[in-house]
Design a protein. Structure first.
Length: 194
């Protein structure tokens, strides 16, 4: 007798496979590490995100290489600060990239209702690793495919990390729709030396 496979036995193709070069890991930091880190982040001198006169509704604090007025990254001689080093060590281990290759750190504060529009980080940023704190967000990716957009998305949970490298960084754009509650992200970027 042949048995019909039940619905649950059938392989289910992922509806939106994540782009090549994108990786995600839940639980990179512990709840206690998250509390300690957030207490430190709350003391930072955040400034509204500004680019070429455009003001975003999120606030940022940058360390290491900085974005110049034209949007390109500029060497400052400053390293990633000590209070971010334990997090950077975990992020580097997750990515498999050398700690020293991360030369830029950006802490972003998204109040409820803040998000980030579609964009692609430009060179010399090579790989971007981000840690989410306090509340989840939908991390969306898209790339043009003929006239249509190919899309993917993942929920970035608090305490998780993601890595965008390869095509997921260079060929895909990413964005985060308005978050429902306060979220911090700490993103680290590797920078190609000229
Ligand atoms: O908040 C995040 O996780 C993403 C931040 C981002 O896309 C950026 O800084 O370019």
């Amino acid at each position: 007798m042949t048995l019909q496979p039940s619905l649950f036995d059938l392989p289910i193709a992922p509806r939106n496979p994540l782009p090549e070069g994108f990786r995600y890991q839940a639980g990179l930091v512990t709840p206690q590490e998250e509390r300690d880190l957030v207490a430190r982040l709350e003391t930072l001198a955040f400034a509204p995100y500004e680019h070429l006169g455009y003001l975003g509704n999120r606030r940022v604090a940058a360390f290491g290489w900085r974005r110049g007025e034209d949007g390109t990254m500029v060497e400052t001689g400053e390293g990633v600060p000590d209070f971010l080093q334990p997090l950077l060590a975990k992020v580097a281990a997750f990515t498999g990239l050398a700690i020293e290759s991360f030369r830029h750190a950006l802490v972003t504060e998204y109040a409820a209702g803040a998000g980030i529009g579609w964009h692609r980080d430009r060179p010399p940023a090579v790989a971007i690793a981000g840690v989410s704190l306090l509340s989840p967000c939908t991390f969306r990716l898209r790339r043009k495919s003929g006239e249509a957009w190919e899309r993917a998305s993942i929920t970035a949970e608090p305490r998780s990390a993601y890595l965008m490298s390869g095509p997921s960084r260079s060929a895909w754009q990413h964005s985060i729709p308005p978050v429902e509650a306060l979220r911090y992200s700490v993103t680290f970027r590797t920078v190609a030396r000229p």
